[in-house]
Design a protein around this ligand. Structure first.
Ligand code: HEC
Length: 152
């Protein structure tokens, strides 16, 4: 019970902190490094899952579920790093189109987040067959955005 209360308080506090990170407080180079770091962490965790789906690495249901869970938690984090004006300020592959069509960018981010939640549900089934389709869908949701909004 105590733990649950602490957790709830922790989440509320985190929410308040996130809300206080307004664009004005953050220099573009920090925002760029932040979002790239989170995206890197997502890519890092996609790697072992991709290897399992391709059969390059034996399927391990516990590891798969762990990686899928981490990706789904990370998936909500990078996008607050696309602050106004952070199309430049440090080396970045973000296309300026992001800031011209934020609605579409957000929509693609949400589609990817939803796909990551579906992958976690599939990973809980615990078979390679169950995760193959949802993993492919998640990968596609990443490239849908990269195709439009990330420079090669
Ligand atoms: C809504 C758009 C969007 C979605 C969805 C998205 N990305 Fe990206 N991603 C970007 C943009 C934009 C960049 C370039 C960021 C920069 O350089 O500032 C990027 C960069 C990256 C990078 C390179 C980071 C670096 O150090 O430069 C990796 C790795 C990455 N994404 C992985 C993923 C993975 C894995 C997924 C899906 C699970 C994903 N992305 C989904 C937009 C997206």
């Amino acid at each position: 019970m105590q733990k649950a209360v602490q957790l709830v308080c922790g989440v509320a506090l985190f929410g308040a902190l996130a809300a206080s990170v307004s664009a004005q407080d953050v220099k573009p180079d920090r925002a760029i490094k932040y979002r790239q770091g989170v995206l890197q962490a997502m890519g890092w965790n996609m790697g072992p899952m991709a290897a399992m789906v391709k059969g390059e690495k034996p399927y391990d249901k516990d590891e798969f579920l762990k990686r899928a869970t981490w990706v789904s938690e990370l998936a909500v984090m990078p996008f607050e790093g696309f602050t106004p004006g952070s199309d430049q300020g440090a080396p970045t592959k973000a296309k300026p189109e992001i800031w011209k069509d934020m609605a579409k960018f957000k929509q693609l981010a949400e589609a990817m987040q939803a796909a990551s939640v579906k992958l976690v549900a599939a990973a809980k089934v615990g078979t390679l067959d169950a995760v193959k389709g949802p993993f492919g869908d998640l990968g596609k949701a990443c490239s849908n955005c990269h195709d439009d909004f990330r420079n090669k």
